[in-house]
Every structure is written in structure tokens, then in C-alpha cells.
Ligand binder design. Structure first.
Ligand code: PLP
Length: 388
């Protein structure tokens, strides 16, 4: 038989999932693993949203939905983008996608031809290189530094930009928690302009900001025309399993992406979109309520960091993680995560899964109820102290 053609999805090394699956297998075997791995809330989707999903399904929204998304949801996203950026978005600027991940794939499909160089900021969300390779493009990581708060630096971007086609940015950032400041954003805009790059701006954590404020990249003067903004209800409304997101972009980009969606996903279920519309119209208070536990748990980590010398972190300004520097234990991030799982039954993600610039770190997701989170932190800090 012919060989299996998944070249775009190989060669990314261990993207961290092996530890995740090992932790899940241990849990399934009855071991009391405290899991701080993937970015998923410890609460489920709000009951009122589920009620709306049920209402919409029983009201008949169970057939094929329109491929670009239902007009009412596209309009609601357009209004949200217009308000956030000050740039006019209309329904033809919005494609509804099955989650942000599908949006990232589609955005790179639109921006890059096979063989094109696609820049991304290191540390990065673990799926990014594979997503870029899946469209045949070449991922080119641009390193950031803890001393610079993991903000992308103009000089590093400028050095990597010649010949590149796109630049993927992510603020608030997974895994570092960096929220890009105005100077960072202006620097990115200058590089994008100078090298004629598409900017793919992953803003799925826009409702989780603890310090500073989130500025959508498309709000920068002149940038909306070259920006593909990826959004999602997964993180903001605890709707990870509903697979509902969007791309906001110039109309000619969306037109192409509707063709892509017609030949791939064929849209998102109508009852999910109706529930998403309901979720969006509940306003920022509902999003703040979903985000609040993460701020509390972030504080729990920072307080423990203050009381010892072995672990350190750049305090995250946003998102639902803290990235801990474990280098003073003498272990790599991967070795730390492996040993912590085996010896203490606490699962965290190895920093190496998120790029070279995250080596020697582990990412802690703020995703257990406070009492169990405290227990996990106690085990983690004791483990680290004993190793130093
Ligand atoms: N982008 C970032 C930075 C993420 O961390 C995630 C999920 O963890 C996603 C995109 C994808 O989210 P979803 O596909 O659930 O919208």
C-alpha cells in the first residue's frame, strides 16, 4: 500500500502530549493524579448556555448550518471586534470556525503557500509548529527572553522577517502569560509593514488579563488590513468542548476561507452557534466570572514563589498558566515534569513542549479547585526544594 502522507504533522518532536496521556492513563488506573496540564476550566459550561443549546436543538437548529456561520453570530462577533478595535467590522469580515485551533489552521492556509516561512513567537502554544507544517509552510520560531518579560523584540523579529509571509502572535500568551504592551505592538506593526507580513493574532485569552490591558492587534493604525484575528469561546466562556471560534479578517480573506470551510469542516452545528450567540450577549461580567478563579490561583503561586529561592517566574499578566523556571533544581523541564508525576502524582507540562525559549521551565495550568490546587502546589514546591 502507499506510504502515509502526514509529513506536515511529523518532525515536531514531543509536543508535550506524551506526558498528558501518561497522566490521564495513571488517573484511569485509579492513581490520585493532580492534573495541571491542559488549559481547561475546572467548571463546566454555564447551565444557562447549556439550556440555550438545548432550546436551539429542540427548536430545530439541527440541520446543516450555513458554512460561514449563522448571520446573527457573525454580526455579534463583528460588533465585538469593531468595539474592541475601533475599526469597522461587518458580517463579511467574520468566519465562524470549529474552535480557535481550526481558525489557526485556516488562517495559515490563507496566508501561506507551501514552502513559505511562517514566523511564530517562542515560547509558543504547543500546537503552533504542527499547525503551520500542516499547511505546508515552514515554522520559524523567534525567541523571546524572560528578562524582556517574554515580549517579542523588534530586533529579533527584524532579523527573522526577510522572506517570511506571516507572523503568528499570541497575547495574552500561552504559556508565558505575557500581555503585549503598546511598545511591543508598535514594534510588531513596524516589522509587519516593512516586510509585508500577514499577522495572525491569536487572542483567545482576551478576557483573562491581570495586569495591563489587552489591545487587539487590529486596533493598531493600518493593521486591520493585514491582520487575521483568531478568537474563541473556549476560554472566555468555559466552552472548550463546544468547538466554537472565529476569524476576523479583510473580506477577501474570509471569502477564500469560506471556500476552504466548504471543502473541510462544512461549518459548525447551528445549536452550538445559537448557544455561542447567547453566551456573547451576556456581556463582559460573565467572562469576568469565568476568569476570576485563575487570578486567585495565580496569586497562590506567586505567594509560594516569594517564600523560597529555587523556583521563579515572570508573573503572568494574563491567561490561565504560570510558567515556572526550574533550572535551579538542575533538571530540564521534561525531567522535572516526569519525576514530579512519578514521585508526587502532580502533572504539569514540560516547558520544552512550548519551544526552545521555554526549556528549563514547566507550565502550571491554574485549573484545579483551590483546595486541590493548593495541595498540588505544596507537592510541587516540596519536590523542587528537595531537589535543589
Ligand atoms: N490558542 C491558544 C493560545 C490556546 O492556548 C488554545 C487552547 O489551549 C487555542 C488557541 C485553541 O483553543 P480552541 O480551539 O479550544 O478555541
Amino acid at each position: 500500500r502507499p506510504s502515509l502522507q502526514i509529513s506536515g504533522l511529523t518532525g515536531s518532536g514531543d509536543d508535550g502530549w506524551s506526558l498528558f496521556y501518561r497522566a490521564r492513563a495513571m488517573k484511569a488506573a485509579g492513581q490520585p493524579v493532580l492534573e495541571l496540564t491542559i488549559g481547561e476550566h475546572d467548571i463546566g459550561t454555564d447551565q444557562a448556555i447549556l439550556d440555550e443549546m438545548h432550546r436551539a436543538a429542540t427548536a430545530g437548529h439541527t440541520g446543516y448550518a450555513m458554512v460561514p456561520g449563522i448571520p446573527s453570530l457573525r454580526r455579534a462577533v463583528a460588533e465585538r471586534m469593531s468595539a474592541a478595535t475601533g475599526h469597522p467590522y461587518d458580517i463579511e469580515n467574520i468566519l465562524i470556525t470549529p474552535g480557535g485551533q481550526a481558525g489557526l489552521f485556516a488562517a495559515h492556509h490563507a496566508a501561506c503557500d507551501p514552502g513559505d516561512r511562517a514566523l511564530l513567537i517562542d515560547p509558543y502554544y504547543a500546537t503552533y509548529p504542527g499547525t503551520i507544517r500542516a499547511v505546508g509552510a515552514i515554522p520559524v520560531p523567534v525567541a523571546t527572553r524572560p528578562e524582556a518579560g517574554f515580549q517579542p523584540e523588534e530586533a529579533a523579529l527584524t532579523a527573522a522577517a526577510p522572506g517570511a509571509k506571516s507572523l503568528l502572535i499570541n497575547s495574552p500568551n500561552n504559556p508565558t502569560g505575557a500581555v503585549y504592551g503598546m511598545e511591543t505592538l508598535r514594534g510588531i506593526a513596524r516589522v509587519a509593514e516593512a516586510h509585508d507580513l500577514w499577522v495572525i493574532s491569536d487572542e483567545v485569552y482576551d478576557s483573562q488579563v491581570w495586569e495591563g490591558r489587552h489591545v487587539p492587534f487590529a486596533a493598531l493604525p493600518g493593521m486591520a488590513d493585514r491582520t487575521l484575528t483568531v478568537g474563541s469561546l473556549s476560554k472566555s466562556h468555559a466552552m472548550t468542548g463546544s468547538r466554537l471560534g472565529w476569524i476576523a479578517a479583510p473580506a477577501e480573506v474570509i471569502e477564500r476561507l469560506i471556500t476552504l470551510a466548504t471543502h473541510t469542516t462544512y461549518g459548525v452545528p447551528g445549536y452550538i452557534q445559537e448557544a455561542g450567540l447567547f453566551a456573547l450577549t451576556r456581556g463582559p461580567e460573565a467572562e469576568a466570572a469565568v476568569a476570576a478563579p485563575f487570578l486567585r490561583r495565580r496569586q497562590m503561586v506567586l505567594e509560594r514563589l516569594d517564600r523560597q529561592q529555587v523556583l521563579s517566574a515572570v508573573p503572568p499578566s494574563g491567561a490561565m498558566y504560570v510558567m515556572l523556571d526550574v533550572r535551579r533544581t538542575g533538571l530540564s523541564g521534561a525531567a522535572f515534569a516526569d519525576a514530579l508525576l512519578d514521585e508526587c502524582r502532580v502533572a504539569v507540562m514540560p516547558g520544552e513542549s512550548f519551544g526552545t525559549a521555554a526549556a528549563g521551565h514547566v507550565r502550571v495550568a491554574l485549573t484545579l479547585p483551590d483546595d486541590r490546587f493548593a495541595e498540588a502546589l505544596d507537592r510541587l514546591f516540596q519536590f523542587a526544594t528537595a531537589r535543589a
